[in-house]
Design a protein around this ligand. Sequence first.
Ligand code: HGY
Ligand code: MN
Ligand code: MN
Length: 358
Amino acid sequence: MSPRLDAAGNLRGLRPGSVSGSAVLYLGSHIDTVPDAGAFDGVLGVVLAIALVKALGEHPLPFAVEVLAFSEEEGVRFGVPFIGSRALVGTIDSELLNRLDSAGITVAQAIRDFGLDPAGLPAAKLPAATLGYLEFHIEQGAVLEDLDLPLGIVTSIAGQSRFELLFTGQANHAGTTPRGRRRDALAGAAEWIGCVEREAVTAPDLRATVGQLEVRPGTSNVIPASVYATLDLRHALDSVRSEAAASLLDAGNRIARRRGLDFHSEQRLDQPAIPLDPELICALERAVTRSGSPVHRMVSGAGHDAMIMARSCPAAMLFLRSPGGVSHQTEESVLPEDVASALAAGAEFLKEAESMYA
Ligand code: HGY
Ligand code: MN
Ligand code: MN
C-alpha cells in the first residue's frame, strides 16, 4: 500500500483499484487508546484491515481499498473524542482546534508539534467516490462471551454524552470548622455521584460513569474547595440519554444550592445514537455465514469512529468477542480463533463488495 499521514495525523494506506480513479472502500479503526489500556481496543481493527489487504495479494478489485489508522478516537488528551475521523467527514471546526489539553496546548498546536499543518485538514476529507467503511473491533462487553459467539454484527451504536462538572465550595480548616459552616465541595460531589448511580439503576440500559474526579487543594486536613468531575452517559435511545443528563444536572444544582456550593457544567459531547448501514449489514451477514460463523446482530454500547464515518458514507462494524467481557484495562484480550473467524468473514465481505461495487 502507499502509506501517508493526513493533517489530522491519521495514518492511511491506499491499495489502488484496477482502474484509476476507482471509488474507495475504507477499512480501519483507531490507534490511540486510554490510560492503563489493553492491547486490542482500536489497533486490532487496523491490523485486521492490513491483513485483509495482504491476503488479497495481486487480486484486482474494481475499487480501491484504503486502510485507516485514526489518530485520536478516545478523547483522552483534549476531552473530546473522534478527532481523527472528524477530519474525514469535515467536522473539525475552530472550537475543536482551540481546545486545550492539560498543558494548555491547543489541538492545532498539537498537530503542528507533530510536524503537520492544520491548513491541510480539508484535504483529509473523504472523496465523493466513497463506497463505505467497515470497522473490525473488539466488543468490549460481555454479550458475545455470554452467548459463546465469536463475532457480532453491529446494527447501531449507542449515543454518548460527555460533561465536565465543577463543584466549588470553600477551603477551610478540617479541625476547626463545624459542620454548619462547611461548604465542602467533595461532600457535595459525593452526594451527586450517588444520584448518578441511582439514575443508572432506574433508567434501564443507561450507562452512567464518573470517570474523573480531581479534588483541590487535595490534602487531608483541608476541607475540599473544589471538585472537577466528568460524566459519561450512554444509551441506544437519545431521549433516554438526554432525560438522564437533564435530571443529573438538575440534581447537581439542587445539591449545590442546599450545601452553599457553586455548580458549573459544560457539555463536551452530544453524540446521537447512529444506525449502521442496512445494505452493508446484510452483506456482512452473508459474509459471516459463508465464512462458517454464526450471525448475531447487536447494539454497540461503546462509541466508535464508525459513528462519525456514518455521517458521510455507509458504515458497518464487525465485533470480536471480548473474553471476560473486559476492556479499557490490561486484562483486555481476544481469542486467536476469533481473529481467524473475523479474517475469514472479512475476506468473504470483500468478495461481497466485489459483486456489490463491480
Ligand atoms: O468511549 C468509548 O466508547 C470508546 O472506547 N471510545
Ligand atoms: Mn476505547
Ligand atoms: Mn475503540
